[in-house]
Design a protein around this ligand. Structure first.
Ligand code: CP
Ligand code: NVA
Length: 310
């Protein structure tokens, strides 16, 4: 059966650990892996902008000996000019992997349903599994462990990255405090809360949605935030959202509330003065560019795993 990666919980804890370990091996000795996907092609379908995801997948595929195609569907939306069924079936005849960044979760699900090759979600409105793989690889490097951690998340929690952070924290049995404004526009969807609570029953994780940034920061090992203006949110909303989210900005007082050796993460793109201050993102506890780099290594691991190379 063809495996897909649509959200991080499509993988078990053992599989995530296996991919992270492989990614670390690749990072240390990239040349050993330079022909592992020789002759293979990755199709990257983009409906939204990207810096990190596009570059890291393209470079990653090339470094593994394969080739990546960038296909923008901005002007010819997936599912309109040609239906998703036909797109998935056709692409499967040409390429070995399909990756997609789309607006709606159903689009990537439909692609996976009809594709005959693995489909990777490069971000939709429900998940960002490639981000999480790189992030947990980064946490492992910085903290030396993936257990017994308190993570705290600040800001927009009606959000793809937050959802996968909640899922992976649940899978690893961690404590995660998600600090966000009150209201359904800013808090996680019930479906995600249900999934996370189901996983947590088995793993003993504590995933809490709260509305107090200082409480979330207390005793935290990892502080994480994401944009207040995710791709697709209209610019007219910016001022209103800035006012709503400002109590959840990661600033020096928040950093001082966490453990002294806490790290600061942001999946990027970031805006200084919004989800974090410049002092924090440009300060000594920030590891955002190591985090960005690890997208490359994590995704190489994901591609090799889905192509059954280890
Ligand atoms: N973090 C991330 O996915 O960045 P891009 O939107 O630049 O790909
Ligand atoms: N939540 C952000 C993540 C960007 C990588 C967005 O969807 O734009």
């Amino acid at each position: 059966m063809v495996r897909h990666l649509l959200k991080i919980s499509d993988l078990s804890k053992a599989e995530i650990k296996k991919i992270i370990n492989k990614a670390l091996e690749i990072k240390q000795n990239p040349h050993i892996f330079d022909s592992t996907l020789k002759g293979e092609t990755l199709l990257m379908i983009f409906a939204k902008p990207s810096l990190r995801t596009r570059i890291s997948f393209e470079v990653g595929m090339q470094q593994l000996g394969g080739h990546a195609i960038f296909y923008s569907i901005k002007d010819s939306p997936l599912g309109k000019k040609e239906n998703i069924h036909d797109t998935a079936k056709t692409a499967s005849r040409f390429v070995n992997l399909i990756a997609a960044r789309v607006f709606k979760r159903q689009d990537v699900r439909d692609l996976a349903q009809h594709a005959e090759v693995p489909v990777i979600n490069m971000l939709d409105d429900f998940a960002h599994p490639c981000q999480m793989m790189g992030d947990f690889l980064t946490i492992k490097e910085k903290k030396g462990r993936l257990d017994n951690l308190k993570i705290s998340y600040f800001g927009d929690a009606y959000n793809n990255v937050t959802y996968d952070l909640m899922r992976i924290a649940a899978i690893f049995g961690l404590t995660l405090d998600v600090a966000c404004p009150v209201g359904s526009e800013y808090t996680p969807e019930q479906e995600v809360l249900d999934e996370v609570s189901q996983i947590s029953k088995e793993t003993g994780a504590h995933i809490n949605v709260i509305h107090d940034a200082f409480k979330a920061a207390k005793d935290s090992d990892v502080l994480y935030t994401d944009s207040w203006m995710s791709y697709g949110i209209p610019v007219e909303k910016e001022e209103e959202r800035r006012k709503i989210f400002i109590p959840f900005q990661v600033n020096s007082q928040i950093m001082e509330t966490a453990k002294p050796d806490a790290i600061f993460m942001n999946c990027l793109p970031a805006k200084r003065g919004y989800e974090q201050t410049a002092e924090v993102i440009d300060g000594p506890q920030s590891i955002v560019f190591d985090q960005a780099e690890n997208r490359l290594h994590g995704q190489k691991g994901i591609m090799l795993f889905l192509r059954d190379k280890f």
